[in-house]
Design a protein around this ligand. Sequence first.
Ligand code: AKG
Ligand code: FE2
Length: 644
Amino acid sequence: MKARQRKHNSRNMKRSADSEGEKRRKRRKLLQELGDQKIPFLGPSDRGFQQLWDSSYSGLVLRRSCSLPAELHGRVQAALLTLRSKGCLLRDLVRVRERDVFTAVSRALLGEPGHTYRYLDTRLFAIPWHSEDTEVKGQNCCDPDLRAACKALWELNTFFCSDVFQLKEGDRLTQCVKGEVEVKQGEEGDTESKHSEDSKNSEGGDSESRQSEEGDTESKHSEEWDIESKHSEEGCSGSKQEGEWETESKHSSEEGESSQVKPGDTSVATGSEHSEGKCPGWATKAVSGTETEPVGLVAQEKPVVQLKHTLSDYHIEDKGEQESGQGCSQPSPLQVCTGPVKFNVTLLNYMDPSAMSQLKEEPYYGMGKMAVGWHHDENLITHSPVAVYSYTCHDDKGESSEGGSCEKTRWRIGLKVAWDIHTPGLMLPLESGDCYYMRDDLNSTHQHCVLAGEAPRFSSTHRVAECSTGTLTYIQSRCQEALSNLHTDPETGSHSLRTLLPTTLQHCEEIHNEVEFEWLRQYWFQGQRYARFCSWWSRPMEQLEKDWKLMETMTMLFLATVEEEGRAEEGRREMAETLLSALTDRHQQRQTWRDRCHSSLAQTLPPEEAPVDRPFWGVDDPSMPLPFDLADIINRVESLLWRM
Ligand SMILES: O=C(O)CCC(=O)C(=O)O
Ligand SMILES: [Fe+2]
């Protein structure tokens, strides 16, 4: 374990030092090494599964459906169905390597009021979840059904906040056990679970030792990824979402990739199997001993204890309370070490595989069709956990595929170690209502993917988004900063700049670009998506647009100053350069957003979802201080600089 830990650490260090070019070379080398082979992966019915989980995927924790309060399941599932029926879940038109692609899954963001979550050049604006607090304040931004739905997801969030670090390492070792035992039984007799391509690796011990021998391997992050992500024209699905994440992995300096699915694992305990008191509660990676070591059942008590607590027992704001463990029969040292967790957003995912014609096959392990390709979650606080609720809904048509014998009819999560083609992937089937946590550095050292089953499925993925520049209060205060340099004559209403210090002017122009491109255009690009369901963002966006318009006035005044005859040369050159660089950036970004709004994919959207290129105004709009198209002004400033 220690050796492996060191390996991971050194891998991390290497990663951060890597340039894109180096990564590409590394990737190519690994792919070459891999050739046509698939990398093995283990599922619950494979020998060595628990050991692999324990040794290489220890940040993954599974919380079985049966160990959550039944009424919570009921409310959360009803909420997800409500959101679907209202049409709140939409595919995002994201940008990957300068190309537009739709995500295969439909999404919505819920979270703390005013929070946003940015991924793949797309800023999602949270529909506020309605906690009891905000209820008291009497928010009326959406209809009662939607409010109730948001509140249910907030309750789930509250549950996760207090739950995610509740288990100590020791607890995990004893708690999961019962599921474990079943897994083991499955293991012995199951031959189906072997990797089709590389059965020698289906034995965990074997693979582990292979891994140790081979030392630090980098992953295979495929060029393949890159290539496939290119064609997203069809406007959907499989290939896109991969592309989707490929950039993400790029940002996070890794790649996403592999794990596999095997045909036969049905041995993991399902919620229904356990619902009659056999519930294992926490199933997590394993018990650290040998494969035959029996796993304890002690854990069973904990979920029972938890269920006695009502949701209102879970308070996430108050650290003291959280640590004292409401809903938890024991203090939780692990939580103390890691700190209290406050998930501030949840990204909801939904996909009905029967409506998706072209889901992509998982390329590295042969795990099956992917709903979400390999990726790291981005825009999160470093090493913060992610908690996921998985709900597979069975339509009236009837049969659930759960419990079915064919593995590929079930939804599964794939995990792989980043930059590593030697550690087998891990494949975890999920039953409806199961939850899993990615803790510690799992998200940064590993990648995950979602493998599609047959039935429609929702997931609610709770995250600690890195919001330092991503909240409404943040951008509002930035706007105030910029506008503090604008003086308005109380008599005449005419405007002037308070200071002409180049650093101040530059700062103001940067804020101008930030509010225009990170907020206004991001928001309108998503069409009526937000205002249709919930009016929470409407007013703030109007206000931001007003502020932005005043910043247009500021730029106009800045330009007038720069063009003023008789102004001293030195200061003027510096000002002109500052202005030129801000305007050039603005001009390019406006063009990019125009292109995104008018792309052929964007045209496929119904009017209410279609991107809006806003703010936009015509050349002769008297209310606007400057033209939309900045080309002429840029030329003017450039030639002014030449003449200096
Ligand atoms: O649906 C899941 O289980 C996970 C989805 C996911 O990885 C994501 O939204 O980032
Ligand atoms: Fe993810």
